[in-house]
Design a protein around this ligand. Structure first.
Ligand code: AMP
Length: 211
């Protein structure tokens, strides 16, 4: 859900973030079929810690979410988990995070995750991961923020998504500029360069077709 104008997220709009100090990671609450998904999540957690970048995530101790958090913690990194009260049990709220923020709703969770991150990284995941990606992408099309979004396309997992987004633009349901702050990368070492290379233009707004 995109916030109404009077409840727009507290974005640091147009801020020039070359090296992010905190990254929000969206990824699966399961491991998926390919062992590379898990090893990528673990490697990314370690990379964030090594770079001194704070990890913001959904606060669970399950699946790839738990994997990335554990790896960042094990490497001495800062990890902030934001989890709704009703999911504390189901997603095994991680007991050892640097900070856990317990919220009441899924919407509040996503808003807090959005506010605390300089950029977003999407690892393989399921419906929830897609929902989280599409929310920040749709906020982007409304010009509500210009934070970079990087999709890590481990072993081509996200190729159908890249194809779908191209199709949306080809069929003129979105402008190419709406995807300026979205990059697909195939390897983890491309994530930070992709974030740093992204334009920091003013928020791009959607034009609508009047009847
Ligand atoms: P999944 O990719 O389906 O394994 O879900 C990944 C994460 O997204 C889990 O922590 C889910 O609880 C979370 N999630 C799913 N739907 C939503 C939503 N509408 N708002 C916030 N988080 C969500």
């Amino acid at each position: 859900m995109a916030p109404a104008a009077n409840e727009a997220p507290a974005t640091r709009e147009h801020e020039h973030v070359t090296a992010p100090s905190s990254l929000c990671v969206y990824c699966g609450s399961r491991f998926g079929t390919d062992p590379a998904y898990r090893s990528t999540a673990a490697a990314f957690g370690g990379t964030l810690a090594a770079r001194g970048i704070e990890l913001v995530y959904g606060g669970g101790g399950v699946g790839l979410m738990g994997t990335v958090a554990n790896a960042a913690l094990a490497a001495g990194g800062r990890v902030i988990g934001i989890i709704p009260r009703f999911l504390l049990e189901r997603e095994a709220g991680h007991p050892n995070l640097t900070e856990t923020v317990v919220v009441e709703t899924m919407h509040e969770r996503k808003l807090r995750m959005f506010e605390r991150a300089d950029a977003f990284v999407i690892l393989p995941g399921g419906i929830g991961t897609l929902e989280e990606l599409f929310e920040i992408l749709s906020w982007r099309t409304l010009g509500l923020h210009d934070k970079p979004i990087v999709v890590v396309d481990t072993n081509g997992y996200w190729q159908p998504l890249a194809g779908l987004l191209d199709r949306v633009v080809d069929h003129k349901f979105a402008d190419p500029g709406h995807l300026d702050h979205l990059a697909f990368v195939s390897a983890l070492d491309q994530v930070l360069p992709a974030i740093e290379a992204m334009p920091r233009a003013a928020g791009f707004s959607k034009t609508l077709d009047r009847i």
